[in-house]
Ligand binder design. Structure first.
Ligand SMILES: *[C@@H]1O[C@H](CO)[C@@H](O)[C@H](O)[C@H]1NC(C)=O
Ligand SMILES: *[C@@H]1O[C@H](CO)[C@@H](O)[C@H](O)[C@H]1NC(C)=O
Ligand SMILES: *[C@@H]1O[C@H](CO)[C@@H](O)[C@H](O)[C@H]1NC(C)=O
Ligand SMILES: *[C@@H]1O[C@H](CO)[C@@H](O)[C@H](O)[C@H]1NC(C)=O
Ligand SMILES: *[C@@H]1O[C@H](CO)[C@@H](O)[C@H](O)[C@H]1NC(C)=O
Length: 902
């Protein structure tokens, strides 16, 4: 029993020898050979995708395949782009099996490459096919494979290379293991379960249309994400400091492009970097520079004359153009000859991937990577006059099949970038370069005048590739709409934008409005650009903790004068980090509306406001629950000679009368520079106002504007306010008391103050203050007095009707009334009866410019007179008649006067 099973099992050592046989040579573009990677224990499994891409939680491709194989699935498809490590992963799978490390539930494992299967054009049975491709497999064991297919694993690599369809409908599928059929039919029969049903398959492929013929589960290969690139570079460079330097450089300049996840690309980059690092040379700053370096290196290896080098590049350019326009993945030998490649055939492996023997007519060639293909295409644009039809046309032609063509063109159009290639190939065509530059200039001018952020980013990327400060200054002209929101920038966009700002030496705006997740990495890249931006907008954005510390260090000693973090829900912890950067900065305006700050943040704010370099003069804190204790702390800053605060916005900050004594004392400290305070929507009560009024009449208090609307005040506070307004020291010129129940008695007290010649109040808000007819009569009389300084009065939403407002119309018509902006919004129940007074007032007034008459009961009957008076008056600029009782009949008439809105 033992003996027979030993004879009939697969010889794993033979499998190992077979799979680890050295095939081909590793090249700069082609990547390291799987065999070498496995043999030298340098294998790093690429990551497989599974739902959300969170690096730590992703399985490796090996793990993902093994997990998929333990399920019910008989077919596991491994899908990934070029160079993502599928071949190496599959070979590793077989090696691990042969070494007895994994997948020991399979007795037999057969590894095939579709590329090799292309060669079998005769009819044969499955046994014959296995024998042909696995000579070491004992024929005696074949019956066991057929009898127990559940013990068999087939590993197929490179489905995308297969010439034939696997569509089961195309073939008469076979089920008899001894039947000889065509190889495509054999493969279709295997994969569709008619032959050796119960066998298991792993099939690797680039994304291809054939996928739809494969059932079972899929493993998507992501390649190397950041942490694996880290390990890769470290295993490539033996010297740790050199590895770190290379890695940081690679991440900064190239690391954020998708293709950096390709292990093959990492190999290429490391292979270019290593000799440069060893010799202390300069590493490439951009993708274009990297490819210039690569090409220079490859051409130098061939020691060709300048003319031959140019011919070679032109031939590769024609090949690239052919592959790009026709979406061809590979070219036959005959096609290569037609591109003029014949003299360079023996050097083909340096540049291209070859399948088949060089001597064979069936041998085909392809570019190792889409990137190299696009680079060769770009290069040929500037070398080959015969194909050049103008930048715009050429880019349009290759639009769908290229991603980096314009980037490479931009890089190559700069003399310093292309010089190493010109030394080898001779001069580029200067007319074509000039044409490209003109196209770039005009297209970017158009893009930057528009609002399409992607077009802006594209322009920055092209500038980054060109690496020319003067070009940046030429392209980013003052009229460019740089202030539009660049929220949700990709990392690569951040790199490009940062480069542009550095070249400009600064910018007015960095608008990152609605960035859904400003990560630490993004902020780190953007930090230099941040510190060179006069205004940073991060409104309605989410900032990670790491991002906040980079923002803080960017502000520290930066040029930023205004920072808007409103609606970012920053919270106390992150704000503390930010404040570290606020102690030595140029910030003048800080917007923190709805930042989820509490009392805890006020202490940090104080230290920022009182640092000896503080220039902060505007602070918006609305909708943060700082409460009385927080505000009292904040008031401490006002005692400092370093605090420059002039405007403070405290709308809805959970303040009460309890903190007003402390605030009042701060206002009188002689140090406070505060001029404007908005305290609306805090439950201040009359006693709070009483405390504030002590400050208002203090000679050292500089307050000019105070908003106390919606503060739950009553008439009881008015005697204090009135007293303060009459004080000779009072500097208040704006007071908003709207939406408080002041009532008749309170309002009449205020009128007393307004009548006093010393009262300097210019703007008064009394909307919805329960005012009565006698109050309006008194207001009318005050306005006519000739001493009242009021220029703006809001008295909407007081229910006095035509009768009450008549007093104001009369006042406006009166010669002693000052220029007045009268706001009668929702002056309830104004009717057509007021028309005559209204028109007389408008005609008589020398100053009235705007009238708000929304939400009243004026009807069609008033319209002719209203239109007339507006047309006659050169002074009147606006009359708002929205929400009155007009019918459609008068719309035409209202339309005649542009100054009327309705
Ligand atoms: C950023 O992305 C988020 C989520 O996808 C989206 O809600 C937000 O509007 C985007 N911001 C911008 C500026 O496009
Ligand atoms: C923001 O991105 C970082 C890094 O990708 C991630 O760790 C974090 O969970 C993200 N946060 C949110 C709220 O999406
Ligand atoms: C506000 O901050 C608290 C902790 O300080 C946190 O629990 C809460 O979720 C935050 N709210 C918002 C809307 O961010
Ligand atoms: C006070 O706040 C109200 C409500 O936001 C606003 O309409 C008014 O203009 C403010 N008054 C002053 C003097 O700023
Ligand atoms: C005015 O009336 C309209 C329509 O009835 C209403 O929607 C609006 O809230 C009212 N108030 C103001 C200030 O416009």
């Amino acid at each position: 029993m033992y003996a027979s099973s030993a004879i009939n099992t697969m010889d794993k050592d033979a499998v190992l020898i077979h799979i680890l046989k050295l095939k081909g040579v590793s090249t700069l573009l082609g990547g390291d050979l799987p065999v070498r990677v496995i043999n030298e224990n340098k294998y790093i499994s690429p990551l497989a995708a599974e739902g959300e891409v969170i690096e730590e939680n992703l399985p490796t491709v090996d793990q993902a395949i093994r997990t998929a194989l333990t399920g019910e699935n008989k077919i596991v498809t491994v899908i990934g782009p070029e160079g993502s490590g599928k071949t190496t992963a599959l070979e590793k799978l077989v090696v691990d099996w042969a070494k007895g490390e994994h997948l020991q539930n399979f007795e037999y494992v057969f590894h095939f490459r579709f590329q090799d299967l292309n060669a079998h054009e005769d009819v044969l049975s499955i046994a014959t096919l296995i024998q042909r491709c696995h000579h070491y497999f004992p024929p005696k064991a074949m019956p066991l494979v057929v009898q127990k297919p559940e013990d068999v694993l087939f590993v197929f690599d490179g489905l995308n290379d297969y010439k034939h369809s696997l569509d089961p409908a195309v073939y008469t599928l076979c089920s008899d293991p001894d039947q000889a059929v065509s190889v495509p039919c054999l493969l279709a029969s295997l994969l569709h379960g008619s032959l050796l049903n119960e066998a298991t398959f792993v099939v690797a492929t680039r994304p291809t249309a054939y996928l739809k013929f494969l059932s079972g589960s899929q493993v998507k290969v992501l390649g190397f994400l950041k942490s694996q690139r880290n390990s890769y570079v470290n295993s490539f460079f033996t010297d740790a400091p050199a590895a770190n330097k290379a890695l940081m450089h690679m991440e900064r300049t190239l690391g954020f492009y998708d293709f950096c996840t390709s292990p093959r690309f990492c190999w290429t980059v490391c292979s270019v970097y290593k000799p440069l690092t060893d010799s202390g040379g300069k590493l490439p700053e951009t993708l274009s520079q990297l490819f210039v370096d690569i090409l220079v290196h490859l051409i130098q290896m061939l020691s060709l004359s300048q003319a031959d080098s140019r011919e070679l590049v032109l031939a590769l350019g024609r090949m690239a153009s052919h592959c790009s326009t026709g979406q061809h993945l590979s070219c036959t030998k005959a096609q290569m000859y037609s591109f003029g490649f014949q003299p360079f055939l023996t050097s083909a492996d340096t540049f291209l991937r070859r399948e088949g023997e060089l001597e064979s007519d069936t041998c085909v060639f392809s570019f190792h990577s889409q990137l190299m293909q696009e680079f060769m295409l770009a290069l040929s644009f500037f070398l080959d006059k015969s194909i050049y039809t103008g930048a715009e046309k050429m880019l349009e032609k290759h639009k769908d099949s290229t991603k980096f063509l314009d980037l490479f063109l931009s890089g190559l159009s700069e003399p310093t970038q292309r010089r190493p290639l010109e030394n080898l190939l001779g001069e580029f065509n200067c007319d074509q370069i000039k044409d490209f530059k003109q196209w770039f200039k005009s297209s970017s001018e158009e893009a930057l005048q528009g609002y399409n952020t992607d077009s802006h980013y594209r322009c920055f990327h092209l500038l980054h590739q060109a690496q020319s400060e003067s070009l940046v200054k030429e392209i980013i002209i003052p009229s460019a709409r740089i202030g539009i929101s660049y929220g949700n920038l990709s990392l690569q966009d951040c790199v490009a934008w940062n480069y542009v700002v550095a070249c400009l030496g600064g910018t007015d705006w960095l608008n990152l409005y609605r960035t859904s997740n400003l990560t630490e990495e993004m902020a780190e890249i953007l930090a230099p650009a941040m510190s060179l931006s006069h205004k940073i907008v991060l409104t309605a954005s989410f900032l990670s903790t790491g991002a906040v510390s980079h923002l803080a260090s960017a502000l520290n000693r930066g040029l930023t004068r205004e920072l808007d973090l409103s609606h970012s829900h920053l919270g106390d912890e992150k704000f503390k980090i930010l404040c570290a950067g606020l102690r030595d900065c140029k910030l003048q305006k800080l917007h923190l509306v709805t930042c989820n700050l509490t009392e805890a943040s006020c202490e940090d704010l104080v230290s920022a406001l009182t640092s000896d370099t503080s220039q902060l003069c505007l602070l918006e804190m609305a909708f943060n629950e700082i409460g009385d204790q927080g505000f009292e702390k904040l008031c401490g800053a006002l005692h400092s000679p370093h605090c420059k605060l002039e405007k403070l916005q405290l709308d809805t900050c959970e303040l009460t009368e309890a903190s007003m004594e402390v605030f009042s004392a701060a206002l009188c400290s002689g140090q406070s520079q505060l001029k404007e305070v908005d305290m609306k929507r805090n439950i201040m009560d009359d006693s709070g106002v009483e405390a504030l009024c002590k400050a208002l009449q203090h000679p050292l208090c500089k307050l000019q504007s105070l908003n106390l609307s919606m503060c739950e005040l009553t008439g009881a506070c008015c005697s204090h306010l009135s007293g303060a307004l009459m004080s000779e020291y009072c500097s208040l010129s704006e007071l908003d008391l709207s939406v408080n129940e002041l009532g008749q008695e309170g309002a009449l007290l205020l009128c007393q103050a307004l009548r006093r010649p010393g009262c300097i109040l210019e703007k008064l808000g009394l909307t919805r203050c329960e005012l009565t007819l006698p109050v309006f009569e008194e207001l009318g009389s005050v306005l006519k007095s000739g001493t009242c300084q009021l220029k703006s009065l809001s008295v909407g939403l007081n229910k006095v009707g035509d009768q009450g407002v008549k007093h104001l119309w009369d006042a406006i018509a009166h010669p002693s009334c000052l220029p007045l902006h009268l706001n009668l919004v929702e002056m309830t129940r104004l009717t057509d009866a007021c028309l005559e007074d209204l028109c007389t007032a408008v005609r008589a007034s020398k100053t009235l410019k705007r009238l708000e008459l929304r939400n009243n009961s004026l009807t069609d009957a008033s319209v002719p007179a209203l239109v007339q008076v507006m047309q006659d008056s050169h002074r009147m600029q606006e009359m708002n008649l929205k929400y009155n009782d007009f019918s459609e009949d008068v719309f035409d008439m209202l339309d005649k006067c542009k100054k009327i809105t309705y």
